[in-house]
Structure formats: structure tokens, C-alpha cells
Design a protein around this ligand. Structure first.
Ligand code: TEU
Length: 581
């Protein structure tokens, strides 16, 4: 009989963005030795595993999601450093997961260089090449799809006179999964290679984009003023996806005890999700969903543009995702509030105003760590890091290709449409939701540049946020029993001590229409215990009632972010409480 996998009892995963985590060699850029030096900090949170964003060789047009070789990106270190990291994580009693990015690679990858060299090259068919569509004798791309980072998904290649496909930047050509040789090379070079070296799993980038709709139909025109139309629904969940995922599992993952977390953008249906992650599907172990993360932006043509949202929607999306933890679905749920693609949660979902930010970070920690399944904590979240201040100049301080392209597009469109309000909405959207907010250096202490680099004179590759001097750093929070950091530690340990409730319990949302508070119960599957979680997402005091499940038994206050008495039935601004019965 197969033993349960290391992750199946629910893991807390700590995500690292290596360029911005810790600079050990003093060049202003994070590295693998920096991670090794900080494993004590990570372990002190009580987490089970770490996931590192891509650390492979890459021109870093999309910060490592454009891989040119499985070797290590030089500024991060050597293969030996990488092996040492794997072993050191294990020595700390944790697991290590890498990022698997195989929907596309870099245009500097040897495979693509060969493919583009001639139409008859044996690797020509490893990517998608198409002749132009001629309209009135003028060359056009094969269809009207807008790439995720702006412009057409098709890039013209002068040399061979054809277009190639790229869902992201033009420097990220999509690999052709239809070709069995390509798939085998991927399994071998990108997956088995690392599993053989001790890696315990993968977070899998855009995993539902592998299978394409090969007729590449035009997308519906929703933005007639621009040539390229959003086509997310065509990018995702193509006809052969399940087959590819099953094969990948069988040939690459199944021989190892590994955890696979696959990104499923554009997938709102429960049935579809389960078709990839229920144990019967034999495809993926669990998924990163997008609807909650996209709630405050991605409303239309420009992905970073903010939009209004209500707490009731946030709650409904949480309830939707928590269903995956119900035993009848035979799946595994996963919750996250932040990652390297998302701005800081305190700013987005609660309040980063100086008087509210501490409570807000604890509110969100309570939300995250009482939900069933596995959870991801993103670097800096454990100290309550917030977005960059509004006075940072978008033209010079924001470095992400998605921000740069979108901002350029917005400026252009605002001018052409003579609409200055578009510019203002674009600026506000970027200040709220740009990926840059999550990519600035980790704030370790109160010294120069937040102690990010071993060399205080090194210029960090990203501007360091001023908030490090306002207590948002690890050193300042270490010995403060009231800090966000120590609250995370406490909650992770409570989560494990009450596993039947917080990791395995059944989630039930109460008062779903309330747009100020989020109230829910978690009930042990055998009904023996119940927890009640009360979260105030507003800046005003809010009343609440203990639900009948609690009043019928003797209940106790397990945790209160503001140290309130268990009798009070009013939540303070952004307060969180957890009761047990
Ligand atoms: O992101 C997946 C994805 O679908 C993105 O469009 C995401 O929604 C966007 O970044 C939000 O602005 C993954 C990686 O996490 C991201 O960093 C990469 O840029 C992308 O894939 C391409 O590899």
C-alpha cells in the first residue's frame, strides 16, 4: 500500500522570490546562499516547505519565467549552491519545491534557436509557427489574440517569414506540447532532473495552457478601439490538456513522492477544476486559482486596472475554493493571498494606513491560516509588508514587464482617445495591483536598505520600500510579542495543534451578504469540535453573534488580535477572533 504523500495532511508553504529575498554575495541581487542563510527564519515560522520562484538561467525579460537553460542563473549561484540548498532545507526538516515553467521558454533557449533557424530544422515543430494571414495584400498575424502582457500573441520572424506564438512576452515562445518528443524532453530536462536531486515537488506555471485550440479562432471583439482582444478563455483548458497532465504525472511525477501545485487561470468551474485535481483524475495534486486574486483588477482590457469589489464576493470565492477540501471531492484545497504576481494583501484587502496596518495584517493571517488544505505564505507577508508609496514614479521605479507594457499601452490609448481619466485610472490601478509591489527587497532589519544585502553599499536591484524604517522588518518584529511576525508563528502552531478544525475541518460561511464582516465556522469531520472565525474587514466597529454551534456548548476564545474579552460582541476595526467549542 502506498504511504500518504508528505503534503497530503496539508502543508504551509513559504514562497521565495530569490532575486529579492537575501543578497549574500553583495551584488545587490538575491542569491541561493542568501536563502541558505535565512532558513532559520523560515523554519521559525513553522512552515513545512518552501517554493522558490525560477532560479534557472534566463535573460529575465519576465524575471525568470523565460528560461534559457535548466542550469542556474549565474547571479544566483552554482549547481553546487543549489544542491547545498536542497540538502540544507532537508536538514531543517522541510521540503523544497521548484517552479516548473514549460508552457513556454526563452527565445534564447537552444530549442528555440534551433527551431527558428530554418523551416526544415528538426526542432521547427517544437514551437507554433504559422504563415501570415493576408488581407488586401497586407500581412497580418494569424488571429486577433492579445498576449497576457499586451500586443499580439504572434511575433513575426523575418528570417523564416512566419509568425510564432507567445501567450506572454515575445521573448517567451510557447512550446508545442502536441509533439511527443518535446514532451519527453520537458519531462527529462525540467522535471526528472530535479526530482533526482532531491526536489520534493513543483509549483507549475500556467499548467492549463499546454494544450492549444489548434484552429486558433479569433476572439470576440470586446475592445474595438484596439486590434488585440483578450483571449484568456482560448489560452486555457484546451482539448488535450487532461491527457497531457496525466502523461506528465505518469512519466515524470509518479515515481517520486512529490507535490504538484498547478496554476489554473481562467477556470471558474468546479467540475473543470476537479477534472484536474481530484485524486481520480490522476493529473495534479492541487491548484492555484485566480478569481479571488483578480477580484480587485482585471476587469477589462487592461489587466492592472483596478475595479470595485465587495467583501461578499471575496467571501463567496473563498467558500467556493474551500469546497475543494470537502472529502467527497477527493481533492486538496490551497489558499494564498499573495505571491510574486500580486500586490500586497494588507493594502488590497484591508488597510495599510499606519493606524490599521498591524491589525490588518493579523486579520489576513487569521483568514489564511484557519482555512482547510494547504496554504502559501509569500515572503514579506509574515511581517505585513505593504505596497510601494504612491509617490514612487511609475516610469522609473516599476520594473516589471507587465507594468511597463500596460502603462505604455494606457498612456498611448489615453492620448489617442483624448481621455486623461484613463491615465488616472491606470495610475491608480498600477499603484494598487502591479506585481512590482511584491518584488521589492525583503525587509530584514532597520539598517541601510533593510539589511537586504550583505554589502551595505550595494545598490539593490529594486528600490527598497521606506516602510522598513516604520517597523516593517524582521529584526524589529523578532522580539515584539505583539508583532505580525510572532502572530504568524502563533497561528501556524495553532493550525497544527487543531488540525482537525483548521486543516481538515468543513468550512461554512455565515451571513454571506454582509460586506463588512466575514464570519465562518470550521467543523471537525466527526462533529466533535467546532471553531468560529470572526473577521472585521472594515474600519468601523461591527457587531456579531456567536452561532448556535458555539452557544450550545462551552466555548472559549482561542485568539483575539486585540486581546478583547470573550464576552464582547463587537469587533473593533479590522479585528479578528477565533472561538472554539
Ligand atoms: O503567471 C500566470 C498568469 O496567468 C499571469 O498572467 C498572471 O495572471 C499575471 O502575472 C498577473 O499580472 C505566471 C507567473 O506566475 C508569472 O510571474 C509569469 O509572468 C507568467 O506565468 C508567465 O510565465
Amino acid at each position: 500500500k502506498k504511504l500518504p504523500s508528505w503534503w497530503s495532511g496539508g502543508s504551509v508553504v513559504y514562497q521565495i522570490y530569490p532575486a529579492s529575498f537575501k543578497d549574500d554575495d553583495g551584488d545587490g541581487y538575491g542569491d541561493l546562499r542568501g536563502i541558505i542563510n535565512k532558513l532559520g527564519h523560515i523554519k521559525s515560522l513553522g512552515v513545512d516547505a518552501i517554493w522558490i520562484c525560477p532560479h534557472y538561467k534566463s535573460p529575465r525579460v519576465d524575471e525568470g519565467y523565460d528560461i534559457s537553460d535548466t542550469d542556474i542563473h549565474e547571479p544566483f549561484g552554482t549547481r553546487e549552491d543549489c544542491q547545498e540548498l536542497i540538502d540544507a532545507v532537508h536538514a531543517h526538516g522541510m521540503k523544497i519545491m521548484f517552479d516548473l515553467v514549460v508552457n513556454h521558454c526563452s527565445d534564447q533557449h537552444a530549442w528555440f534557436k534551433e527551431s527558428r533557424s530554418s523551416k526544415t530544422n528538426p526542432k521547427r515543430d517544437w514551437f507554433y509557427w504559422k504563415p501570415p494571414r493576408m488581407i488586401d495584400g497586407v500581412r497580418h498575424p494569424p488571429n486577433n489574440w492579445r498576449s497576457c502582457f499586451g500586443g499580439s500573441v504572434w511575433e513575426w520572424d523575418e528570417h523564416t517569414q512566419e509568425y510564432y506564438l507567445h501567450y506572454f512576452c515575445s521573448e517567451q515562445p510557447d512550446l508545442n506540447w502536441e509533439n511527443p518528443e518535446t514532451r519527453q524532453a520537458i519531462y527529462n530536462d525540467a522535471i526528472r532532473y530535479w526530482l533526482d536531486r532531491g526536489v520534493d515537488g513543483f509549483r507549475i506555471d500556467t499548467v492549463n495552457m499546454y494544450s492549444k485550440y489548434l484552429d486558433f479562432p479569433d476572439a470576440k471583439v470586446v475592445a474595438p478601439e484596439t486590434p488585440w482582444q483578450p483571449a484568456g478563455d482560448f489560452f486555457s483548458n484546451g482539448p488535450r490538456l487532461q491527457e497531457f497532465l496525466r502523461e506528465m504525472r505518469k512519466e515524470a511525477f509518479s515515481k517520486y513522492d512529490c507535490f504538484t501545485i498547478g496554476e489554473l487561470p481562467n477556470t471558474p468551474s468546479l467540475e473543470k477544476i476537479l477534472s484536474y485535481i481530484s485524486t481520480d483524475a490522476e493529473a495534479l495534486d492541487c491548484t492555484i486559482l485566480f478569481d479571488l486574486a483578480d477580484l480587485d483588477h482585471r476587469g477589462g482590457q487592461y489587466p492592472l486596472m483596478g475595479r470595485n469589489w465587495a467583501l461578499s464576493q471575496f467571501k463567496a470565492l473563498t467558500a467556493f475554493a474551500q469546497q475543494l477540501a470537502e472529502p467527497e471531492h477527493k481533492a486538496h484545497a490551497l489558499t494564498y493571498l499573495e505571491n510574486h504576481d500580486q500586490a500586497r494583501s494588507v493594502t488590497r484587502y484591508a488597510s495599510d494606513a499606519p493606524e490599521h496596518r498591524l491589525t490588518s495584517s493579523k486579520l489576513l493571517a487569521t483568514y489564511l491560516l484557519t482555512l482547510s488544505g494547504s496554504v502559501i505564505i509569500y515572503e514579506g507577508q509574515e511581517i505585513g509588508m505593504i505596497n510601494a508609496p504612491k509617490d514612487w514614479d511609475i516610469d522609473t521605479e516599476y520594473l516589471d514587464v507587465n507594468t511597463i507594457n500596460t502603462w505604455r499601452e494606457i498612456k498611448h490609448d489615453a492620448k489617442v482617445q483624448n481621455d486623461p481619466s484613463l491615465l488616472e485610472r491606470g495610475r491608480a490601478g498600477i499603484q494598487l495591483t502591479a506585481r512590482d509591489h511584491a518584488r521589492t527587497p525583503m525587509q530584514w532589519d532597520g539598517s541601510k536598505n533593510a539589511g537586504f544585502s550583505s554589502n551595505p553599499d550595494a545598490k539593490p536591484w529594486y528600490r527598497v520600500m521606506e516602510s522598513y524604517a516604520e517597523g516593517l522588518n524582521v529584526g524589529a518584529q523578532e522580539d515584539d510579542p505583539n508583532s505580525t511576525l510572532n502572530f504568524y508563528r502563533q497561528l501556524v502552531s495553532l493550525r497544527k495543534a487543531h488540525k482537525d478544525l483548521f486543516i481538515l475541518g468543513r468550512f461554512q460561511l455565515l451571513d454571506p451578504g454582509n460586506d463588512q464582516t466575514m464570519l465562518f465556522t470550521k467543523t471537525a469531520l466527526d462533529g466533535s469540535q467546532v471553531a468560529f472565525v470572526a473577521l472585521n474587514f472594515s474600519a468601523e466597529k461591527q457587531p456579531f453573534e456567536l452561532p448556535i454551534e458555539l452557544t450550545a456548548r462551552q466555548s472559549q476564545l482561542l485568539i483575539s488580535t486585540l486581546g478583547k474579552s470573550s464576552e464582547s460582541r463587537e469587533l473593533d476595526a479590522y479585528e479578528a477572533r477565533v472561538y472554539l467549542a
